[in-house]
Design a protein around this ligand. Structure first.
Ligand SMILES: C[S@@+](CC[C@H](N)C(=O)[O-])C[C@H]1O[C@@H](n2cnc3c(N)ncnc32)[C@H](O)[C@@H]1O
Length: 262
């Protein structure tokens, strides 16, 4: 089943988007090391355009990537071919709640806050139960999410210029804007990102909107969902350097395991 994938319209700005996200850079070596040190099969859910998976593949690791977006997967495949690592990559177009692996995984990772795309608690519960079913007994799940700060959220409710860049395809300058709407009761978020493409005189040629459904989750809520799905908690960190979770930590980084015996 392929639901409409919001990232199909986001794929062309994904690299610029990530460039401006410090946590994405901190996450990269953490996940690559986890992939390289795990037994096979290693699976990345929300593999996207292969930002993390291809780095591990370049270092010799076979990776299974799952993603709902045909366009993100197309870009991932194209990059894998350009890097000469396509034979180390198995890509599956599917939702986190119904992907089927050829064999049970030793490691499933959901990097870069991607669990938040399962917006409701029910969707997260369904996803985590399904992930559990796709792991080998004793296999691990690693995932992260940002720590929600209301004061930062309030700032993000106003439009802001995320970056300016020149589109290499058209040569046009582009302004990338973003605004996030928050539902503080349901913990749902709606990200609006739009690009303004300008001609040489700065006149607007084209404005294009993209929208993403997202959410946040508190560490206590995450712990409950993980335990309800049957996982044993191995570690909880406050950032990708494996520092402890404290009141000022930017991230929650979970390492959990499907028990050997239920
Ligand atoms: C934030 S990107 C992360 C990409 C990559 N892991 C990285 O760190 O750069 C999230 C990815 O998850 C995919 N995604 C979001 N919700 C999904 C779902 N319910 N099922 C499958 N893929 C999903 C999106 O299509 C997108 O490619």
């Amino acid at each position: 089943m392929h639901r409409t994938a919001e990232y199909d319209t986001f794929a062309d700005i994904y690299d610029v988007w990530v460039e401006m996200a410090p946590s994405a850079h901190r996450a990269l070596p953490f996940y690559v090391e986890a992939y390289l040190s795990s037994d096979d099969p290693v699976v990345e859910l929300g593999v996207g355009n292969g930002r993390i998976a291809l780095e591990a593949a370049r270092q010799g690791k076979a990776i299974v990537g799952v993603d709902a977006s045909a366009e993100m997967l197309r870009r991932c495949r194209e990059r894998a071919e350009a890097l000469g690592v396509a034979d180390r990559l198995t890509l599956i177009q599917a939702d986190f709640r119904d992907f089927q692996l050829p064999e049970p995984a030793w490691l499933i990772a959901i990097p870069f806050h991607t669990i938040g795309h399962l917006v409701t608690p029910e969707a997260k519960r369904e996803g985590l139960r399904h992930i559990y079913s796709q792991l080998a007994p004793g296999g691990r799940l690693i995932l992260d999410h940002f720590i929600f700060r209301p004061e930062i959220a309030r700032q993000h409710q106003a439009p802001s210029l995320r970056t300016e860049y020149t589109d290499p395809q058209t040569g046009h300058d582009v302004l990338l804007w973003v605004l996030t709407r928050y539902n503080f009761e349901t913990q749902a978020m709606r990200i609006l990102a739009w690009t303004d493409e300008l001609d040489d005189e700065g006149v607007l040629i084209r404005r294009r909107y993209r929208r993403l459904s997202f959410s946040w989750i508190e560490p206590d809520q995450m712990r409950t969902l993980l335990e309800e799905a049957g996982f044993e908690i191995e570690a909880l960190y406050g950032d990708f350097d494996r520092s402890p979770l404290t009141e000022t930590s930017p991230e929650q980084v979970w390492i959990v395991r499907r028990p050997e015996r239920p």
